[in-house]
Ligand binder design. Structure first.
Ligand code: SF4
Ligand code: MG
Length: 321
């Protein structure tokens, strides 16, 4: 029952640089009034089509980029109320792992240095214990101690992601945003990394926000799921509830697009027509109304409010008014 992360009405708007006639041509509402909480030691999956604001949500709630509005509480602390210095001190507790492990690893540093760099900066471990500490962390991530003297290019994609995970883990984090951490990896390697993340969660009591467009991966790793569309969370709840009983028309369409090997179920697929509208110019009312097969008159003008349908299964859609 221990909420470690609480996001309330988070907004992140990016100004659009104007042309000749105006200084600003408007703004992209990348994250538009997003609220959710994550319990300690659990994983929340964040799903949605690319460009829906998943990554921006992850970065904004970590304060890696500044919010436009709203609040983020980590362990009860309003992180945007912290000074730069206080935020820096908190940073080890809130980490991120990216999709492309190669571009986030310095090619000129040996792996031991990469993993130890921030540990040393934050003085988390006495100098004379650092080497043993790194060895231990690497072992937890399935890396051998002789790997310390090697360089990122000498490793496979899966091993590079292990290095990135080790670098984050070395800071003794409590919460990690995993932004598409297996999307760039071969399918055969994906399961290994997912299982590593699960093992580490168990061993170190980690909490994850797991961002992915891969629903089967999300179903496997998440305790709760949030479904994002055009900067908003349209449905959230326990993973079993969301997958067994999706309520929002967007969630239904998204889930029915999962390739199912059973030919009998093919007829039930809902095709998502059209592309996502521009977040710079989102539709009025329900943002999904331009693609929704259940669209009603009210949907075109009035934005639906979130409703709890029981067991924390929350949906934002006029069908449930
Ligand atoms: Fe569709 Fe209306 Fe629900 Fe939006 S509010 S998802 S348009 S039924
Ligand atoms: Mg992304």
């Amino acid at each position: 029952d221990d909420v470690i992360l609480e996001v309330s009405h988070l907004k992140k708007y990016f100004p659009i640089k104007g042309g000749v006639f105006s200084k600003t041509a408007g703004q992209v509402k990348a994250v538009d009034d997003v609220s959710f909480s994550i319990k300690k030691g659990t994983t929340m999956g964040l799903v949605g089509e690319s460009g829906c604001g998943k990554s921006t949500t992850g970065r904004t709630l970590l304060r890696l980029i500044d919010k436009t509005d709203g609040e983020v509480r980590f362990g009860g602390t309003d992180i945007y109320a912290l000074s730069k210095k206080e935020m820096r001190a908190l940073r080890p507790k809130m980490q991120i792992i990216f999709q492309d492990p190669y571009s986030s690893l310095s090619p000129r540093l040996p792996v031991g240095e990469i993993i130890g760099e921030a540990v040393r900066e934050h003085k988390l471990v006495p100098k004379n214990e650092l080497d043993d500490y790194i060895t231990k962390i690497m072992a937890s991530c399935g890396l051998q101690s002789y790997h310390k003297d090697r360089y990122p290019h000498e490793f496979s994609g899966g091993q590079r992601q292990r290095i990135c995970i080790a670098r984050a883990l070395a800071l003794n984090p409590e919460f990690i945003v995993c932004d598409e951490p297996v999307s760039a990896l071969d399918v055969s390697i994906q399961a290994q990394i997912i299982n590593l993340l699960k093992d580490l969660q168990e061993e170190f009591g980690l909490t994850y926000l797991f961002i992915s467009h891969d629903l089967s991966v999300v179903e496997h790793i998440s305790d709760t799921v949030g479904v994002m569309y055009l900067g908003s969370i349209v449905e959230t709840g326990a993973t079993e509830d969301i997958f067994a009983n999706p309520l929002h028309p967007y969630t239904k369409a998204l889930f029915s697009a999962i390739p199912i090997p059973d030919p009998d179920t093919k007829g039930n697929r809902i095709i998502l027509e059209g592309s996502i509208p521009s977040p710079a110019n989102p539709p009025a009312g329900c943002k999904f109304h331009t693609r929704c097969k259940d669209c009603m008159e009210i949907c075109k003008t009035q934005e639906p409010v979130s409703k709890d349908m029981g067991n924390g299964h929350v949906v934002k859609c006029h069908l449930y008014d």
